[in-house]
Write a protein that binds this ligand. Structure first.
Ligand code: NAD
Length: 361
């Protein structure tokens, strides 16, 4: 079973971190007797430089044919004032691949607990949350939206709308993810105020019938924002709409700590449905440290682990990658961004961090 992966290294630290994930992938091949073909394509500022477009047609075609895509990061000051910005490539690829589900784990590694913005006693119980955010619907895309004069006053308006199919498909992704974890799903809405949330809740409850082994709960978004801070250990998987998910996934990231540690996946369906997946660290291109071998590649390496698990159902290989990351952290090896967490070992560069993780596979 030869899986084909398109690599989109992008700009800034993107190429550095993707190169480390590739080392880890090659180590996974050796250890598990697997074989992956890979192909690099241009996206972002580098693609604008080469072709004038942030998402060239050739890249899009390659991604559509791939089994999965691994992205570094795009953007940087060089392209900030162009009419077509590198970030437009991100929106374009999400749309073209139909990536409606965004999965962001927020894990507090015990070795890095001091990076969390929360007190140690709140995180030492173990925080391992997966936020599943609907990515292509809701208020960011609902029509009508605009600005107009009403009774002589300028008014801005948007529409928060979900149809039942949009809710059902994100619910299935979230229930399926919960099934592979601690089997607890919390659906977050504002059903006490919003009609759109009442439909959301009804469809979530209906879909639960397909996943009776998963425990379902509901929480209002304002309460969830508070609970993430006062008792993050209570959560396993959270599923929510686009706007609430945008905010809560960033909040969960702050609970976890460093940007350099946080992976993500965007899917067009569950693995069982044969959906395509785009995997990327949540950080940007970090122009301030680009080309200096200082970037933390672990978010990208952990994104690769998500790919192995979610797109290829290679759970053993995914476990091995995550375990290797933990081992390296346990030994006290840190890139600069995570070094303040009680360093007992040494600060290593991006490339060395990749070598260390690959060696542990
Ligand atoms: P950023 O995430 O690139 O950087 C924020 C800070 O975190 C910087 O100090 C950076 O050095 C540090 N940092 C980020 N990732 C790190 C890593 N792996 N290791 C060590 N330190 C790391 O955010 P920004 O500065 O707001 O944006 C820079 C550029 O990236 C902008 O052009 C922005 O549009 C783009 N961006 C792209 C994506 C993406 O490709 N998905 C996401 C966010 C921002």
């Amino acid at each position: 079973m030869n899986k084909h992966i398109v690599l989109l290294p992008g700009d800034g630290i993107g190429p550095e971190v993707v190169a480390q994930a590739l080392k880890v992938l090659r180590a996974v091949e050796k250890r598990f007797g697997l074989s992956f073909s890979t192909e690099e394509a241009l996206m972002g500022g580098c693609a604008i430089d080469a072709t004038g477009e942030p998402l060239p047609e050739a890249t899009l075609e390659a991604c559509k044919k791939a089994d999965a895509v691994l992205l570094g990061a795009v953007g940087g000051p060089k392209w900030d004032n162009l009419p077509k910005r590198p970030e437009a490539g991100l929106l374009g690829i999400r749309k073209a691949l139909g990536l409606f589900a965004n999965l962001r784990p927020a894990v507090v590694f015990p070795e890095l607990a001091s990076l969390s913005c929360l007190k140690p006693e709140l995180v030492e119980k173990g925080v391992d949350i997966l936020v599943v955010r609907e990515l292509t619907g809701g208020i960011y895309f609902g029509k009508p939206a605009g600005e107009e004069l009403r009774e002589g006053l300028r008014c801005g308006f948007n529409t928060m709308i979900y149809n039942e199919d949009e809710v059902r498909r994100i619910a299935r992704v979230a229930f399926a993810a919960a099934r592979g974890r601690k089997k607890r799903l919390c659906s977050v809405d504002k059903a006490n105020v919003l009609e759109v949330s009442r439909l959301w809740r009804k469809v979530i409850v209906e879909t639960h019938a397909e996943f009776p082994d998963v425990e379902l709960s509901h929480m209002y978004v304002d309460n969830c924002a508070m609970q993430l801070i006062i008792n993050p250990a209570q959560f396993d998987v959270i599923v929510t709409g686009n706007l609430f998910g945008d905010i809560l996934s960033d909040e969960a990231a702050a609970v976890a700590g460093s940007l350099g540690m946080l992976p993500s996946a965007s899917l067009s369906g569950t693995a069982a449905q044969g959906g395509t997946g785009l995997y990327e660290p949540i950080h940007g291109s970090a122009p301030d440290i680009a080309g200096q071998n200082k970037a933390n590649p672990l978010a990208t390496i952990l994104s690769l682990a998500m790919m192995l698990r979610l797109s290829f159902a290679m759970n053993e290989a995914a476990d091995a990658v995550e375990h290797a990351v933990r081992e390296v952290l346990r030994e006290g090896r840190r890139t600069g961004d995570i070094a303040r967490a009680g360093l007992q070992g040494e600060i290593v560069g991006c490339s060395m961090m990749g070598d260390l993780v690959a060696a542990k596979i």
